[in-house]
Design a protein around this ligand. Structure first.
Ligand code: G4P
Length: 316
């Protein structure tokens, strides 16, 4: 499933971001979902902000697997001009960690003559409003919109010499890494009408079977985790429906309801602390998707029809 999802307001956000970058930005903060750090990293943003010091905030760490959060932090902290911090909505004073991290990334900026200009970006539903609200209540003053930039961008004075420009949530035009599409849909970042819930829940169950069979067994009162790990994912969704007594008229299992149960449980964290991807997995999937895209481009150039490629990209 390659998801194509780039509604008009996201195009406007992209233009606003380009304009803001032209005015001079010293550090780019990208909020990532700690349960899917690779999938929630916006490649379009990476292109637009290439070369800028970057602070990666792994938000919702309270829902993520701590061992894998540590692996992702190490992955990002090993990259040049990049720092990474794990956060969650319950954090009392995120500014206490954000401000020093931004200053460390742009040591030549700061003070009244050269105030530090920080851009905050992230996909929808990653927790940007929650973070900004916490920052505004405790540390910052809302200074309102600026002319020439999208109406919803806001500038917050996080310290006397540090302005934070908050941008609306943005996805990218085509999510070519199949796992990323599933992970983003499972997290709730993509509108419901752009994907099939049973397909996404089945893909989610497959990931959970591989690494968190024990959590699945506990939540849905399913048999032995070792046996679960070996089940085909379709059978897994049926098992959830059976265990929950989700049956429709005529006695057939209600797989749609079972899919909704699984997705809601994952989103709310009721299954337990879960991370859907490691840095290595994400890099491998990205390389595979790039190779497929290159092959598709070559076939297109050569005039050969790429069977199945077109119908794999539903319009939003
Ligand atoms: P956005 O601006 O990036 O679109 O995201 P927003 O802050 O609206 O957050 C989306 C959902 O994620 C909200 O839940 C919010 O409470 C939750 N959230 C944000 N940060 C964290 C976090 O660190 N940990 C956890 N567990 N949840 C977080 P919601 O159910 O959509 O709304 P609400 O009922 O909480 O208001």
């Amino acid at each position: 499933m390659a998801i194509q999802w780039f509604p008009g307001h996201m195009h406007t956000t992209r233009l606003g971001l380009v304009k803001r970058l032209k005015t001079g930005i010293d550090v780019v903060i990208e909020l990532l979902d700690a349960r899917l750090p690779g999938a929630s990293a916006n490649p379009l943003l990476a292109q637009l902000t290439a070369g800028k010091p970057a602070l990666k905030l792994l938000n919702k760490q309270d829902l993520a697997d701590p061992a894998l959060t540590a692996a992702w932090l190490a992955h990002y902290n090993a990259q040049p001009e990049t720092r990474a911090i794990a956060l969650d909505a319950g954090e009392a004073a995120p500014a206490a960690r954000l401000i020093p991290a931004c200053r460390a990334l742009a040591p030549l900026r700061g003070g009244m003559v050269k105030p530090l200009r920080v851009l905050v970006c992230g996909i929808p539903n990653v927790g940007k409003s929650t973070l900004v609200n916490t920052l505004m209540r405790r540390k910052a003053t809302k200074t309102g919109d600026e002319a020439g930039i999208t109406r919803t961008e806001q500038a917050l004075l996080l310290a006397s010499d540090l302005t934070l420009f908050d941008t609306p949530g943005m996805l990218w035009p085509r999510i070519s890494v199949e796992h990323s599409g599933y992970h983003l849909a499972a997290s709730g970042a993509i509108g419901r009408n752009a994907y099939d819930e049973q397909e996404v829940a089945t893909a989610l169950l497959e990931r959970l079977q591989a690494r968190y069979a024990g959590l699945l067994a506990a939540r849905y009162k399913l048999p032995d985790p070792a046996a679960l790990a070996a089940l085909p994912p379709d059978a897994m969704l049926e098992l959830v429906a059976k265990q929950r007594g989700l049956v429709q008229a005529g006695g057939r299992l209600n797989l749609q309801k079972a899919a909704e149960v699984v997705l809601n449980d994952f989103r709310a964290g009721t299954l337990g602390r879960i991370t859907l991807e490691t840095p290595e997995e994400h890099m491998r999937w990205t390389a595979e998707a790039a190779a497929q895209d290159a092959l598709r481009a070559r076939r297109k150039k050569g005039g050969t029809k790429d069977e199945g490629a077109d119908e794999a990209e539903p319009a939003a």
